[in-house]
Write a protein that binds this ligand. Structure first.
Ligand SMILES: Cc1cc2nc3c(=O)[nH]c(=O)nc-3n(C[C@H](O)[C@H](O)[C@H](O)COP(=O)(O)OP(=O)(O)OC[C@H]3O[C@@H](n4cnc5c(N)ncnc54)[C@H](O)[C@@H]3O)c2cc1C
Length: 277
């Protein structure tokens, strides 16, 4: 199938993108890497009247590190972030987990912000953003606003962004010195969306732990004071308290089993990697 007809605007800068969104309202869609929206257009699951292309907007491709964290503008690709020399040292959780997202080819076009905005419940970046903490910065003709990671996901493929808002940038908070991290997922094949993905960060106070591919949005818990002796019980209690979905890849029973298995390994690994506290 081919997409239904749409007007195409290649935004030269942020103002052009925001004005186009304000003018077209709910009939417009931003296209960044097109790795999710492209198939949706072809299948006519999305039928925007106006497509606003931000992929060729140089001012939106920036990746910046400062004392507040790692900030990416909305056209920065996943490949550009993976190639950043500081990533492994300063955001090792992202460095470990991002090679699991799709393939070299999809990461070359797919953007970090596009994945966050798309809000697929099985996608890795929404999970990582939720575990690491940070904020999304949105811009519309009505003004700018900051949305903390904990308030960004509202449901399956649903975020706090309004239809006229551009996700301008995202900031991932920097981990505290000595924080341990771990990530694991099970998928049908490497590069597929996760059946279950698990990420954790262990700092002096405890463990922040997240699950993807289980619910309509990432599930995040904070275990204050958790040490290695308490991991099995903490994960078991969480596994019993969640209500995983069934789909064609796996049923809820299998997902719960993966939560137990991966969750125990991930929380343990994150605690074992914690140091200099
Ligand atoms: C073969 C294949 C395998 C893949 N495997 C994985 C995988 O394992 N894990 C995974 O997480 N993803 C996977 N993906 C999806 C990929 O990561 C996409 O890059 C990502 O989901 C969307 O990023 P994008 O830049 O391509 O966004 P687009 O497809 O351009 O847009 C996606 C959605 O977000 C909106 N949007 C994008 N940018 C903005 C913005 N700045 N402001 C407001 N709205 C915006 C669009 O309007 C659209 O609704 C795969 C894709 C393919 C084709």
């Amino acid at each position: 199938m081919k997409p239904s007809e749409f007007d195409y605007i290649r935004a030269a800068d942020v103002e052009e993108a925001v004005t186009a969104l304000a003018n077209a309202g709910e009939d417009a869609r931003v296209i960044a890497g097109g790795q999710s929206l492209g198939p949706m257009l072809n299948l006519r699951l999305a039928r925007p009247e106006v497509l606003i292309d931000i992929s060729k907007t140089p001012s939106l491709q920036q990746i910046k590190w400062d004392e507040h964290g790692l900030t990416l503008k909305c056209s920065a690709t996943q490949a550009a972030l993976l190639a950043d020399a500081a990533l492994l040292d300063r955001q090792p959780l992202l460095a470990d987990a991002m090679p699991w997202i799709g393939h070299v080819q999809t990461r070359a076009r797919g953007t970090v912000c596009g994945s966050l905005a798309h809000a697929d419940p099985a996608a890795e970046l929404p999970l990582l953003f939720s575990v690491m903490g940070g904020s999304v910065f949105a811009r519309s003709a009505r003004g700018d606003r900051e949305i903390p990671s904990k308030d960004f996901y509202l449901g399956m493929f649903e975020t706090a962004l309004a239809p006229d808002e551009l996700l301008l940038s995202v900031r991932f908070d920097l981990p505290k010195v000595g924080t341990g991290h771990a990530f694991k997922e099970v998928a049908e094949r490497h590069g597929d969306f996760a059946i279950v993905a698990v990420a954790a960060m262990a700092d002096a106070g405890g463990v922040t732990f997240g699950l993807g591919g289980v619910s309509d949005r990432p599930i995040i818990v904070r275990w204050e004071g958790l040490d290695l002796s308490g991991v099995r019980d903490a994960v078991e209690e969480l596994a019993l308290g969640i209500d995983p979905y069934d789909d064609q890849k796996a049923d809820a029973t299998y997902r719960r089993r993966l939560v137990r298995k991966l969750g125990t390994r991930v929380a343990t690994e994150a605690l074992e990697r914690r140091h200099a506290l």
